[in-house]
Design a protein around this ligand. Structure first.
Ligand SMILES: Nc1ncnc2c1ncn2[C@@H]1O[C@H](COP(=O)(O)OP(=O)(O)O)[C@@H](O)[C@H]1O
Ligand SMILES: [Mg+2]
Length: 355
C-alpha cells in the first residue's frame, strides 16, 4: 500500500483555513514538527492564541483532512498556542522586551467603566492560559489599586520593580501602588509619559502575551502623550450608551487613529440592566447606540457589558467578577470580549507579518 509523503500531508493541511483570516494554516506557519513514517503522521498545530473562538474547529479540520488521506495509519497531533508579537503603525522606536501585545483601554471621559473593563479583560485573558499583565496608567483617576487591594506589591531593593500578583497569575502595576497618599497627582503630559514609560521598561514583567494598559480618559495632554510615547498594538475605546458619551468616545477614537494607533473596537458598558427577578433586559440608556456609532466609523463593536450592581460591589471589594461569579452574564460578556480582542490581535499580527 502506498504511504503519503510529508508534502502530500502538507498539501492536505493547506485545505484548512482560519475562518477569520481566510488564510490556510500552512501559510500561517501553524504546522510544526511534521513527521511522516510509514503511514504514521505526527505534527504540532500551533494556534495563534489560546483565546481564538475558532480553535476547536481548526483542530478538528486539521485532524480530519490528514486522517482522510489514503495510506494514513495513525495521526498524532499536538496542539499548542503561541501568541505572536505585533506592533502597531505608530512611529515609536522602542520595543518592550518580552511583551508581545500592548492593549490600551481608553475612553472619552471618566466614570464610564474603563478600569472595570481593563481589569476584567485582563482576568478573562489570563483565564485562557495566556500570560497577562495590567498597567494602570491613569495617573489622574488611578483606581486599579481598589481592584487589587488584596494583592501584594513588592519593590525589590535593586534593579527592576516586581509587579503585584493578581488572580490567575495576573501581573499588576499601578501608579497608585507607587503614590500612596491621597493627594491627587497634578502632572503634565510629558511627566505622565515619562512615568508610564518607566513602568513599562523598569518593571520586571517577564514574558507577557498581553499587557492591558488602563489609559487616562479623554483627549487631553496625558492620553495624547501616552499614545505617542508607548508602543500600542491595538486600542479599545469604552463608552456608555448615552449620545453624549458616544460623541466624546468617538472624538477619543479619532485622536488615536490620527496618531497611528490601531483601533480594535468599541466596548459599550452599562448597555442594559438585567432585572434580578425576571431576567429581562432593560435598555435604560437607549438601545444600540454603541453598535450604530461603531458602524458609522467602521470599527467593530467588541462587547455590550450589562449594568450589574454586583460589578460595582466586586470592584469595591477587590475581587473581579470572573473569579467571584464565574457563571454570571457579566463574566460571560468579559470572556467573549477577551476572545474577540485576542482574535483581533492575532489577525493584526499575521497581517503585519509578525512572528
Ligand atoms: N457594568 C457595570 N455595572 C455596574 N457598575 C459598573 C459597571 N461598570 C463600571 N461600574 C462602576 O462604575 C464606577 C466607575 O467605573 P470605573 O471602571 O472606575 O470607570 P472609569 O475607569 O472609566 O473611571 C465604579 O464604581 C464601577 O464599579
Ligand atoms: Mg478608572
Amino acid at each position: 500500500m502506498t504511504r503519503p509523503t510529508e508534502r502530500e500531508v502538507l498539501e492536505a493541511l493547506r485545505g484548512v483555513r482560519d475562518p477569520e483570516l481566510g488564510m490556510d494554516i500552512v501559510s500561517m506557519g501553524m504546522i510544526k514538527e511534521l513527521k511522516v513514517m510509514d503511514g504514521d503522521v505526527s505534527f504540532t498545530l500551533e494556534l495563534t492564541t489560546p483565546a481564538c473562538p475558532y480553535n476547536s474547529q481548526i483542530e478538528q479540520m486539521a485532524r480530519s483532512v490528514v486522517e482522510r488521506l489514503p495510506g494514513v495509519k495513525s495521526v498524532s497531533m499536538k496542539v499548542t498556542a503561541r501568541v505572536r508579537r505585533g506592533w502597531g503603525g505608530q512611529p515609536i522606536p522602542i520595543e518592550i522586551p518580552g511583551i508581545k501585545n500592548v492593549v490600551a483601554v481608553g475612553s472619552g471621559k471618566g466614570g464610564v467603566g474603563k478600569t472595570t473593563i481593563a481589569a476584567n479583560l485582563a482576568v478573562a485573558l489570563s483565564e485562557t492560559g495566556a500570560s497577562v499583565g495590567i498597567l494602570d496608567a491613569d495617573v489622574y483617576g488611578s483606581s486599579l489599586t481598589r481592584f487589587i487591594r488584596s494583592y501584594r506589591f513588592e519593590a525589590k531593593g535593586k534593579g527592576k520593580l516586581s509587579p503585584a500578583e493578581g488572580p490567575l497569575g495576573l501581573k499588576i502595576m499601578s501608579m497608585g501602588l507607587v503614590v500612596t497618599d491621597d493627594t491627587p497627582i497634578i502632572w503634565r503630559g510629558p511627566l505622565v509619559g515619562g512615568a508610564v514609560r518607566q513602568m513599562l521598561l523598569e518593571v520586571d514583567w517577564g514574558e507577557l502575551d498581553y499587557l492591558v494598559v488602563d489609559l487616562p480618559p479623554g483627549t487631553g495632554d496625558a492620553p495624547l502623550t501616552l499614545a505617542q510615547t508607548i508602543p500600542i498594538t491595538g486600542a479599545i475605546i469604552v463608552t456608555t450608551p448615552q449620545q453624549a458619551s458616544l460623541d466624546i468616545a468617538i472624538k477619543a477614537l479619532r485622536m488615536f487613529q490620527k496618531l497611528g494607533v490601531e483601533i480594535l473596537g468599541i466596548v459599550e458598558n452599562m448597555s442594559y440592566y438585567v432585572c434580578p427577578g425576571c431576567g429581562r433586559r432593560e435598555f435604560i440608556f437607549g438601545r444600540g447606540g454603541g453598535a450604530r456609532s461603531a458602524e458609522k466609523i467602521g470599527v467593530p463593536l467588541l462587547a455590550e457589558i450589562p449594568l450589574m450592581p454586583i460589578l460595582r460591589e466586586n470592584s469595591d471589594e477587590g475581587v473581579p467578577i470572573i473569579v467571584s461569579q464565574p457563571a454570571s452574564e457579566a463574566a460571560e460578556s468579559f470572556r467573549s470580549l477577551a476572545r474577540r480582542v485576542a482574535a483581533a490581535l492575532s489577525v493584526l499580527a499575521v497581517k503585519r507579518g509578525a512572528h
